[in-house]
Write a protein of this length. Structure first.
Length: 292
């Protein structure tokens, strides 16, 4: 009997190790009479969402798809019944395209015109996702690090691909070793410069994603705090009071600025990787002049 009792206790301890940690810490398995699916559902329903909780991934995906569909719908409507003298949505669409084209070309130079579709899509997609987060019932996918990192990784891969196309594989690798240097300096500095440049290039998607995520997430938290301020400090009799409205007006400006900054940084990365040979030769001559 003692051996059988000991064996039973060992089996019980093994089964307890496979139970949820809340049950194991409580000291036993749930009894059929007290822990039912209904009680579990009640406990889950009683949990309240806290500031900083990660939203449902399905909600984030739906909002991202909605932003893409809105842009697609706007593009289709603005192209329908095009006229020589634009008006309505066609006028707005042409204004947006011309503004982005002029901005990118001034930033990157004449060769940057072929990157206007990529840069413009980035800006509009991020801006619409940011604005969705300011509408009740929606959530900005850009306030989640997963989505911003995906955007940063997209820019990173595109920049590397365009760098290989513009320079060739050998020129792309040589780019990370920095400008030409005298032989004595190159022996010692080239390996170090190569490592530093590669590490800085690998960190670009991280800096892009964290910057966008931090600003949009902080904006959402501030709006939520202002919206529930009176309830938090005990004045529940005031109920819902629109204290967040002034912050919302500032949030729309922040949404635009963050989308613009993301596009500008992507264009700068592209320009640094694909700039023309004349600019590279001028930089090399300047580096050699400083070295002498």
């Amino acid at each position: 009997m003692p051996s059988s009792l000991q064996h039973t206790q060992q089996i019980g301890s093994v089964h307890r190790g496979h139970l949820p940690i809340q049950i194991a810490q409580a000291g036993g398995a749930p009894s059929p009479s007290t822990d039912t699916p209904i009680s579990q559902h009640t406990e889950q329903a009683s949990e309240k969402a806290q500031i900083g909780d990660i939203p449902d991934p399905t909600l984030l995906l739906e909002n991202a798809v909605l932003a893409a569909l809105l842009l697609l719908l706007f593009a289709l409507l603005s192209r329908r019944n095009r006229q020589k003298i634009p008006r309505g949505l066609q006028n707005i669409g042409e204004f947006i395209v011309e503004t982005i084209d002029r901005f990118v070309v001034e930033l990157m130079g004449p060769h940057g015109r072929k990157y206007v579709p990529f840069a413009g899509t980035l800006f509009l997609f991020i801006f619409v996702m940011n604005v969705l987060g300011d509408i009740p019932g929606f959530h900005a996918p850009t306030s989640n690090l997963t989505y911003t990192f995906a955007l940063g990784l997209t820019v990173f891969c595109y920049v590397q691909w365009e760098g290989i196309r513009a320079r060739g594989l050998f020129g792309y690798i040589k780019h990370f070793s920095g400008p030409p240097l005298p032989l004595a300096m190159a022996i010692f500095l080239k390996p170090l410069l190569f490592i530093i440049e590669v590490i800085s290039e690998l960190f670009k998607p991280i800096t892009l994603s964290v910057r966008l995520f931090g600003n949009i997430f902080g904006e959402d938290v501030i709006i939520l705090v202002f919206a529930s301020l009176f309830t938090m400090i005990g004045f529940k009799w005031l109920g819902w009071f629109p204290l967040q409205f002034p912050v919302l007006l500032l949030a729309y400006l922040t949404d635009f600025v963050q989308a613009l900054v993301f596009m500008v940084l992507a264009c700068i990365y592209l320009a640094l990787m694909t700039h023309e040979e004349e600019m590279e030769e001028a930089e090399s001559e300047q580096a050699l002049a400083h070295a002498h």
